[in-house]
Structures are given as C-alpha cells and as structure tokens.
Design a binder for this molecule. Structure first.
Ligand SMILES: NC(=O)c1ccc[n+]([C@@H]2O[C@H](COP(=O)([O-])OP(=O)(O)OC[C@H]3O[C@@H](n4cnc5c(N)ncnc54)[C@H](OP(=O)(O)O)[C@@H]3O)[C@@H](O)[C@H]2O)c1
Length: 299
C-alpha cells in the first residue's frame, strides 16, 4: 500500500512522508524540491533557520500546482530574536504563499520560561488563518504537558529525533504522545547509515533488507513508520527518493521492529558507557596531573 495521509487531532490531513530541506544548499534547493515533487512527494519540510524558504517558494511557483496539492511545513526558529508572528509573516512572504499548512515551534528553548505564552501566539496565527495547523518540535513530555495544561488548540504533531539509537529513551515520549493524540514526525532516522555505520543496528537492518529485497535506508524508514511516525527525510538523489516512497509498501513484522529496537538500545547503552568512560578518564588524568604538579611544587 503506498503512502496516504493521516488525520490529525484538528481534523486536517497530513502526508505520511515529507521531503526535508535542512542543509540543502540554496543553489540546489529549488531543483531538489522540484525533483522530490515530480517523483511524488507532496509534503515539504523547511524552517526559518534553514535559510532556504525563498528557494522552496520558487519551487512552489515553478511547479504551478494548485496550492492544495502541496503540504508545506515551516518552523518558527527565532532567527535574529524574532517572535512567532513576525517570523510566520516573513516565511509566508519568502515562500510567496497565503497560508502555511503546518507551523511548528522549532525548539522549546525559543519559549524561554514561557511555553504557554509562545503557544498562545501560535494559536493566534491559526485563528487568523495564516497557518492551518500548529505543532511543536523537540519537545519532551514535561514541555508538552505545559502546553496541554493551558491550550485551547492542541499541538497536532511533535517533530522529534527518531532513530534506533535513541529509541530506548524516546519510547516513553512516543507512548505519551499517543495518549494525547499528538502524532510524532521522525527526523534523522537514517543516522545508523549517515553517522553511525558499523554499529549494532546494521546487522538486523541488513538481514531484514536482504530478506525483503530492500535497501537498508528503506528498512530504517519502515521502522519509523512502524513506530507510528510521519517520516521526514531527504535525499539529493532521484533513485533514493523513489526508494523512500516505496517504503509505503514495506511493512515490518513485530519481530523485525523488536530486533532493531534491541540493537539500537544496545548501541545507545554502549555509547552512553563510552561517554562516561571518557569523562572518568579525563577526570582521572586531570586529577593525576594536578597531583603531580602539587607534588612537584611542595616536595
Ligand atoms: N525539527 C528539527 O529539529 C529537525 C532536525 C533535523 C532534521 N529535520 C528535518 O528532517 C529532514 C531530514 O533530516 P536528516 O537529513 O537528518 O535525515 P535522514 O533522513 O536521517 O538523512 C538523510 C540523508 O541520508 C543520506 N542517505 C540516504 N541513504 C543513505 C545510505 N544508504 N548511506 C548513506 N547515506 C544515506 C541522504 O544522502 P543523499 O543526499 O546522498 O541521498 C540524505 O542526505 C531535514 O531535511 C529537516 O527537514 C528537522
């Protein structure tokens, strides 16, 4: 079954997979968004801080599609200390569109000590019709709770880091969001391939890929889908993007997901222990050096 849409808690529909534009250089951003949409992506994810909203807007213009055929997410990132309202208006202007489908608070730290206050600004933007849906990114359970305690409109999504090497610590957040009907959007799911190749997750991912005749990146994205997440990913390559869309037809078994989770948890524990060992090592070295200096000074 190919990718469809998911119904959000405000009644709107969102694509199940997005093409992301973080780190996509300005010079190629318009053509890469064009390429992704030509292949079949209709969800585009950008942010004020990515600095390429104008180029995303150029692609929207060039494609010439009815506005309703694209789903545009951007984020208030607090660039130059600008607030949500000003940032949203500038994003609309840069992209040359009259509304944003989904507007996110990029990070809880943007709200300082006043998460409910920032959320009120987001609610106002939705009531004014500048944005259709509002959500957050990188929020933990406590921070989501602060919004839910006072909001009149619930966040529809929380866009979070989601890959096997963080699943042990992220599972409680996913479970909490499920109880609140807030959909996870998972980013950087391909980290086991892009920045941690050779880790314990490779073994189950490669074995599943071999069994299903799929690519490892497809298995990782299928794992994110199995976690109930909307996939936010990217590629500069046409063939890879086509492969990402085929993930709509890849359903992992519960055993597959459990094997990837187990390997991810092992990898996470190993990384945590290694970090601790480095810290202890540095401390011992520092203490040893201090002891030696004191010894030389006084003795
Ligand atoms: N809200 C937030 O704070 C936040 C943070 C980070 C990201 N995001 C969003 O999420 C999107 C995706 O983030 P991401 O780039 O970190 O995601 P990702 O999906 O983990 O990685 C995408 C990258 O993986 C590479 N890749 C794919 N298959 C590979 C393979 N088999 N071996 C090696 N590399 C492979 C692709 O390179 P090629 O181009 O060479 O194919 C591409 O650059 C961003 O564009 C952004 O929209 C949001």
């Amino acid at each position: 079954m190919p990718f469809h849409t998911i119904k959000l808690n405000d009644g709107t529909e969102i694509p199940e997979i997005f093409f992301g534009t973080w780190k996509v250089p300005k010079q190629v951003c318009t053509s890469e968004v064009d390429q992704a949409v030509d292949i079949g992506f209709d969800g585009i994810d950008t942010a004020q801080v990515y600095g390429n909203e104008e180029e995303v807007g150029n692609a929207i213009k060039q494609l010439g599609l009815p506005r309703k055929d694209l789903y545009i997410t951007t984020k208030w990132s607090g660039v130059d200390g600008k607030g949500a309202k000003q940032s949203c208006e500038e994003s609309l202007e840069k992209m040359g569109i009259s509304y944003i489908d989904l507007y996110l608070i990029h990070h809880p730290r943007l709200s300082g000590n006043d998460i409910p206050g920032s959320w009120k600004e987001m609610e106002a933007l939705q009531k004014e019709g500048k944005v259709k849906s509002i959500g957050v990114s990188n929020f933990n359970i406590v921070q989501l709770g602060e919004i839910l305690a006072t909001c009149t409109i619930k966040p529809v999504v929380n866009q979070i880091l989601l890959h096997p090497y963080v699943i042990a610590t992220t599972t409680p957040l996913l479970e909490y969001m499920k109880t609140q009907n807030i959909v996870p959007e998972g980013y950087s799911t391909l980290i086991p391939l892009t920045s941690r190749p050779g880790g314990p997750v490779d073994e189950p991912v490669n074995a599943i890929a071999k069994r299903l005749g799929a690519k490892p990146e497809q298995i990782l994205l299928a794992w994110s889908k199995a976690k109930g997440a909307i996939i936010v990913t990217t590629s500069s390559k046409k063939q890879r993007l086509e492969g990402y869309l085929d993930v709509g037809d890849i359903d992992l078994t519960d055993e597959d997901v459990a094997a990837i989770d187990k390997a991810g948890t092992e990898g996470q524990l190993f990384a945590q222990r290694s970090k601790l060992a480095v810290k202890i090592g540095r401390f011992m070295l520092g203490a040893g050096l201090t002891g030696y200096i004191l010894y030389r000074f006084f003795c």
